[in-house]
Design a protein around this ligand. Structure first.
Ligand code: FEO
Length: 170
């Protein structure tokens, strides 16, 4: 039996994963609008990935015979100053999700809820992978001193994101 507080937090995580999916969808659409098809493909690829995270938690709640309550999802931002801002915001969002997952894991351990702790291992590994990915992109951004301006640096980052999308098909 899952504890009520854990059920509440897992349902909040379901909403957070849906928000992440919508955020990446909006980022992808913004990139598309700027003619950045590589960056758009990269962010679009994250949309189903986040929905798969949502489903994993929902399936776990169902397995535990715990109620699933699908909450309201806030609208993501629609305007961005530059591609650099988009990348930074995506990275910040992943850090926020990591913190949420770590809180859940801590709560599971504290209450000796080892099944939930075990389920969360997937998310802990996944978040580490996401952070490594975004840090790698930010390293490239720094490497070519990209500030979001149109030109060769923008072209290179777009290409890099295109290759990254092709290298990590999910
Ligand atoms: Fe569901 Fe990108 O973390």
């Amino acid at each position: 039996m899952l504890k009520p507080e854990m059920i509440k937090k897992l349902n909040e995580q379901v909403t957070a994963e849906m928000y992440a999916s919508n955020l990446y969808l909006q980022m992808s659409a913004w990139c598309e609008d700027q003619g950045l098809s590589g960056a758009a493909a990269f962010f679009r690829q994250h949309v189903p990935e986040e929905l798969a995270h949502r489903d994993k938690i929902i399936d776990y709640l169902i397995e535990c015979d715990a109620p699933v309550t699908v909450g309201a999802v806030d609208a993501p931002p629609t305007e961005f100053k530059s591609l650099v801002e988009v990348i930074n915001k995506a990275f910040e969002h992943e850090l926020k999700v990591t913190a949420m997952i770590h809180d859940l894991a801590e709560m599971a351990l504290d209450s000796k809820d080892f099944n939930t702790f075990n389920m969360l291992q997937f998310f802990i590994a996944e978040q580490r992978e996401e952070e490594v990915l975004f840090r790698g992109i930010l390293d490239q951004v720094k490497l070519i001193a990209f500030k979001g301006e149109t030109g060769e640096a923008m072209y290179l980052i777009n290409q890099f994101l295109q290759r990254s999308a092709q290298a990590h098909p999910h």
